[in-house]
Design a protein around this ligand. Structure first.
Ligand SMILES: *Cc1c(COP(=O)(O)O)cnc(C)c1O
Length: 437
């Protein structure tokens, strides 16, 4: 066997990773509740629910059992021309907890495709009525996934430069990001809605839909907006007859302290995208759920009005069984996700107030199970770019899995974390932040 240079290069190509300069990936042997056990014996507390998916803790026995039982009955079947009980039951569960205007569930298998489906549905909703509408309105900083449509909708992301000219037309408006003691929030909301209205007054007939991550923009740095803003956004969308898409891929299933961000904000999107927490983090699955009005534009004797879209693993029965089991856990104890906002406030007061007073951190914000703040450093310095990586390493040394987004530090733990465990996390957070500046 000849040794080549490439022998030192990894066989497995990891996502969002510069393979040449990144530290070697940590090998995880098992997961149990809030803990991840590494091959070298270390035990990390998962403070970010893996990639924001793991809502009940790792390897939850009742979800594991549901998958095992389903696997012995039916592992998979083509979903065109066939259906199965787990998919039907899960659709009923989803509708039970969503606003009553949402009525029809389309399955796919990851967050990006749930968005891709929503964008395609919005376009064809107009096409089926004889209108060509291919422009979208999205929010600055929005992240909707890595496929081409999702990239276009999140076009202000710095990640997409190599593909810039291949992305389709999106007009963006500012996201009125807010935090504790923000005196400017109303102005920001006004500015954002004014820009929206000016786009719509100029060319409403060109827009297929408006897309937003409601209450929390995740990848942009856990940027939060108010329910009041969503309410006014919905009014304007309705006034102009433009479908409103909620990308709740991250905010769904208890993350915001309510079942969904639309429930918490008491607003009703025309299309909602769900994924991440849907199976409790066990298997890939997603859903795009629409109103009767949208569904009706496809429901026809005309074959051309069909939604010609589907994936091999659409509505996989194992994933649906996992999702039903995960739903059951949420339904058995919704207090578990509802308690968080109060808890985060209390712990932030207890552990981080002195650091905030010393102006080391700023823009503290809370939404349900998520708390976030920014490290107070000057932007556009090299330190700004590397602070996240430095902190990530410092947290890892103390056995916490926390991945800052730029200079934003956030916690998004599995809902099963106990108060004492959360105390440990906050105490360590405080120690690391005190040392690092
Ligand atoms: C993660 C995420 C996506 C993409 O989901 P994937 O499953 O990673 O494709 C889309 N929208 C939001 C808001 C997300 O957080």
């Amino acid at each position: 066997m000849s040794m080549t240079v490439s022998a030192s290069k990894p066989t497995v190509w990891h996502p969002f990773t510069q393979q040449k300069t990144a530290p070697l990936p940590l090998k995880v042997k098992r997961g149990n509740g809030i803990y991840l056990e590494l091959e070298d014996g270390r035990k990390l507390i998962d403070c970010i629910s893996s990639w924001w998916v793991n809502i009940h803790g790792h390897s939850h026995p009742s979800i594991a059992r549901a998958i095992f039982e389903q696997a012995q009955k039916l592992e998979h079947v083509i979903f065109a021309g066939f259906t199965h009980e787990p998919a039907e039951e899960l659709a009923g569960q989803l509708l039970k907890h969503l606003p009553s205007n949402l009525k029809h569930v389309f399955y796919s298998d990851n967050g990006s495709t749930s968005v891709e489906v929503a964008l395609k549905m919005a376009c064809q909703y107009w096409y089926n009525q004889g209108q060509k509408r291919q422009h979208f309105i999205a929010f600055e900083g929005g992240y909707h996934g890595d496929t081409f449509g999702a990239m276009s909708a999140g076009r202000t992301s710095p990640f997409w430069q190599p593909f810039e000219s291949m992305l389709f037309q999106v007009d963006t408006i500012p996201f009125p990001t807010t935090y504790e003691n923000d005196g400017e929030v109303q102005n920001k909301e006004e500015l954002s809605l004014n820009k929206l209205e000016s786009y719509l007054q100029k060319q409403a007939q060109n827009y297929a839909a408006i897309i937003i991550e409601p209450l929390i923009q995740g990848a942009a740095g856990m940027r939060m907006c108010r329910s009041q803003f969503l309410y006014r956004l919905q009014l304007i969308a309705k006034q102009f007859g433009i479908p409103l898409i909620y990308d709740e891929v991250m905010t769904g299933f208890g993350r915001t302290g309510e079942w969904f961000a639309c429930v918490k904000s008491n607003t009703q999107p025309d299309i909602i995208c769900l994924s991440k927490g849907i199976t409790g983090g066990f298997l890939p699955l997603s859903a795009t759920i629409v109103t009767e009005n949208i569904f009706d534009k496809f429901y026809s004797d005309d074959i051309q009005k069909t939604f010609f879209h589907g994936h091999s693993y659409t509505a996989n029965p194992l994933a649906c069984a996992a999702a039903i089991a995960s739903f059951k856990l949420l339904e058995d104890n919704p207090e578990q996700f509802r308690r968080f906002e109060k808890l985060h406030r209390k712990k932030t007061n207890e552990y981080l107030q002195t650091i905030a007073d010393a102006k080391k951190i700023r823009q503290i914000r809370f939404c349900g199970t998520v708390v976030a703040f920014d490290i107070n450093i000057e932007e556009n310095t090299n330190y700004f770019a590397s602070i996240g990586t430095l902190l990530k390493e410092a947290f890892l040394k103390r056995n916490l899995l926390i991945r800052p987004l730029g200079n934003t530090v956030y916690l998004m733990p599995p809902y099963c974390i106990e108060e004492g465990q959360l105390d440990n996390v906050y105490r360590t957070l405080k120690d690391v932040l005190q040392e690092s500046s």
